[in-house]
Design a protein around this ligand. Structure first.
Ligand SMILES: Cc1cc2nc3c(=O)[nH]c(=O)nc-3n(C[C@H](O)[C@H](O)[C@H](O)COP(=O)(O)O)c2cc1C
Ligand code: SF4
Length: 506
């Protein structure tokens, strides 16, 4: 009997280890030989721990499994969900980047190859760097870390720079609250990130790469470290990538835990062993990055999307999406929602579809009041904006951003003044201190919101002015984007900022 139980951190947090132990004990009691494969998560977090049993018809899912209910895996029962592939949540997705996540054994290179892994890299070793860069440019891929910058243009800058040494850095700091796509892919399909980074190395002429992972991700660090060792042993990495004669080596580095260390220049300082403060740009990291050498810094998902682009061609990838938002995006649905998890789909869905149909509405059953899109620096979108299609330009037209595609749902009990205060406080705590609008502005911002909360309406224009200053005067997007959550809360939910309304509600 072959059984799959995720080793994913979310599944573990929900009791996967206890389910494994109970299942082994139950199998021994019944005299059934069971082989348990620790796969990645399928992304349906509300069904974790999701146990899957291999059958001639396909895998059959059971979840959310508990140690007390493991007998159902053998006898059937109410936790049986039928064939995994037929689950509507999974079936409606377009899984390009996450195609293998939850399906393969994350640390089996043979399994990875058997499911289309290394096809992109095999093509890349036969191409020139310029050809690879062109393919990525044609795919329309844009950075999934937040800024949405075209990946091909960044790679071309590094490709065209003359230097004795260049680097590839995967940004796996994933500091945005409510996001977990980087973690899930690293734990569920680590070789796809390794393959993407090796392709990036061949494209720009870099022979060395780093994966900078936040210290709060011990499972991802463990899986990635082991995967790099396997890839090196098997010749995917090393002095001759897939026998091409071209070198590419990878090292895993752990961050010490600061939101700002996800900002690329701060990350580079941290990687160099310095304090994680933001560097002024120019010079661009693409020209003077790690150790002052040309460096590609890309988000994990940007890099993990490259293998499928090379394997299936730029036109295939660009065939999904809308406008200038090409390809697919792994939505991370969290907060007050019934069905939270990771859902990969082409750009273009509306928030209404995402929250109501995919997420199943709020967990509390109350009406949705707001959705924060794009992590702690993202705007709160109000119901009148819920029909806007999910795309970079569509969101920036609303003074909002897609960011790393995290969505946090709030019901009508949310107090938007408190959430605006939280955003300012977060900025004050996480500020690297390099520039005044952020370092001082965020502290003054908290004080000003407190004045408004005490009924001082004259402080509202002061808050607006302060946000304008932070937006235009901050050195990086921590101070520069904090006005998005604050101003969207103030603009769309003015009643929450009015003392009379607050008093009336109390
Ligand atoms: C305060 C702050 C935090 C950030 N955190 C992350 C992060 O955790 N992960 C990430 O990929 N990008 C993060 N970014 C964006 C990076 O600076 C950079 O744009 C990104 O890594 C580039 O990769 P991409 O082009 O593939 O998106 C952050 C930016 C700011 C201003
Ligand atoms: S905006 Fe904030 S985090 Fe960014 S450089 Fe200025 S002080 Fe540092």
């Amino acid at each position: 009997m072959k059984v799959y139980i995720p080793r994913d951190a979310a599944a573990k947090a929900l009791g996967a280890e206890d389910v494994v132990a109970a299942l082994r004990a139950e199998a021994a009691r019944r005299g059934v030989e069971v082989s348990i494969i620790r796969n990645g998560s399928r992304g349906m977090v509300w069904l974790e721990p999701l146990v899957e049993v291999e059958t001639p018809e396909g895998r059959v899912a059971f979840g959310p499994m508990t140690p007390a209910a493991v007998a159902q895996v053998f006898d059937g029962g109410p936790l049986s969900l039928g064939l995994t592939e037929d689950l509507p949540w999974l079936k409606a997705q377009t899984r390009l980047t996450f195609a293998r996540c939850g399906i393969i054994d994350p640390l089996s290179l043979a399994d990875y190859r058997a499911h289309g892994g290394l096809e992109g890299l095999a093509k890349a070793v036969a191409m020139t760097g310029a050809e690879i860069v062109n393919e990525v440019s044609q795919s329309g891929l844009r950075g999934r870390g937040g800024a949405g910058f075209p990946t091909g243009i960044k790679w071309k800058t590094v490709h065209d720079a003359a230097a004795p040494q260049k680097y590839i850095v995967a940004n796996a700091d994933e500091g945005d609250s409510g996001t977990f796509a980087d973690r899930m892919i690293m734990e569920g399909d680590p070789f796809v990130l390794i393959e993407g980074m090796a392709i990036a190395g061949l494209a720009v002429g870099a022979t060395k790469g780093f994966v900078y992972i936040r210290s709060e991700y011990p499972d991802a660090i463990e899986v990635m470290t082991e995967a790099v060792a396997i890839a090196t042993r098997e010749g995917v990495l090393g002095a001759s990538v897939l026998g091409s004669g071209k070198a590419f080596d990878l090292e895993i580095r752990t961050g010490a835990g600061a939101y700002v260390c996800g900002e690329e220049t701060s990350l580079l300082n941290s990687l160099e062993g310095k304090r994680g403060t933001v560097r002024a740009k120019p010079p661009l990291p693409a020209l003077q990055g790690f150790m002052n050498r040309p460096t590609v810094v890309n988000n994990v998902i940007s890099l993990a999307s490259v293998p499928v682009i090379l394997a299936k061609g730029a036109a295939f990838y660009a065939g999904f999406g809308l406008g200038r938002s090409r390809g697919t995006i792994p939505l991370q649905i969290a907060g007050n929602v019934k069905q939270g998890g990771l859902y990969e789909i082409a750009f273009g869905l509306s928030l209404r579809e995402i929250v109501q149909q995919i997420g199943g509405g709020t967990a509390s059953g109350r009406p949705v009041k707001a959705v924060q899109v794009g992590g702690p620096l993202g705007a709160y979108l109000a119901p009148h904006q819920f029909d806007i299609p999910f795309g970079y330009e569509e969101y920036s037209g609303q003074n909002a951003l897609i960011g790393h595609a995290g969505l946090t749902v709030f019901d009508d009990s949310a107090d938007m003044l408190k959430l605006a205060r939280f955003a300012m406080e977060f900025c004050a705590i996480e500020s690297c201190g390099k520039c005044t609008p952020c370092r001082i502005g965020a502290v003054r911002g908290v004080e000003t919101i407190d004045r408004i909360g005490r009924g001082d309406a004259a402080a509202i224009p002061l808050l607006t002015d302060l946000c304008d200053t932070m937006k235009s005067g901050s050195l990086c997007a921590l101070g520069g984007f904090t006005p998005y959550p604050v101003m969207s809360a103030l603009t769309h939910f003015p009643d929450d900022f009015s003392a009379t309304a607050k008093e009336a509600a109390e």
